[in-house]
Design a protein around this ligand. Structure first.
Ligand SMILES: C[S@@+](CC[C@H](N)C(=O)[O-])C[C@H]1O[C@@H](n2cnc3c(N)ncnc32)[C@H](O)[C@@H]1O
Length: 180
């Protein structure tokens, strides 16, 4: 269980409620880092990371995806459009869930994508509800990561995949760049 003074759900929610406009200006529709193979633009590298994870997760048409920490919804919309999945996006931020719902306009994806505001650590679904539980740069925010992994395993169908992109540093890393 993560316990850091001052880091509360309310603080995380406020960060994204207030900061989303700035992220949109400076980072674009996605609030995650990129995967660079060459001299791609930031936007292309962000999408490349999504597509790389989608490949590893073996996304399939009509697959049911839970996007944990869906931000402004850009990844969920891309997965629906590109891979023909059905995506439920959850974000702690009310501003982001509103933004994500607005973002649906203009994409012709009736009934394929839904966004809700909620704390993933307080939510639950019946077993086998999803084929992929997807999480880009949100596990860092979770207070009880072990419990999240237990619940995600339960939500997944037989053969389901948990797809995670996260910031990690090896414990006792010798690299100064990864030491706190
Ligand atoms: C760095 S952003 C990543 C957003 C999105 N995955 C993307 O790649 O654009 C982290 C996201 O996690 C969400 N988040 C943080 N804690 C959460 C929680 N307990 N439940 C649901 N979402 C949460 C935030 O609201 C935010 O949308």
């Amino acid at each position: 269980m993560l316990e850091v003074a001052g880091v509360t759900k309310g603080a995380i929610r406020s960060h994204y409620d207030v900061g989303t406009l700035l992220y949109r200006w400076f980072w674009g529709q996605h609030i995650h880092h990129g995967l660079w193979r060459g001299a791609e633009t930031e936007k292309a590298a962000q999408l490349q990371l999504v597509d790389r994870l989608a490949g590893l997760a073996e996304l399939r048409a009509a697959g049911r995806v839970l996007d944990v920490g869906c931000g402004m919804g850009a990844t969920a919309l891309h997965l629906c459009w590109q891979y023909h999945c059905h995506v439920l996006g959850i974000t702690l931020s009310g501003v982001q869930s509103w933004w994500a719902r607005c973002n649906r306009w203009g994409w012709n994806l009736p009934g394929q994508v839904e966004f809700r505001m909620g704390d993933i650590e307080q939510l639950d679904w019946p077993p086998c509800s999803f084929d992929v539980v997807w999480n880009i740069e949100c596990t860092e925010h979770l207070f009880d990561k072990a419990e999240f992994f237990r619940k995600a395993a339960r939500w997944l169908s037989l053969g389901g995949r948990l797809a995670i992109a996260a910031w990690l540093a090896r414990p006792r890393s010798s690299s100064a760049a990864t030491q706190l």
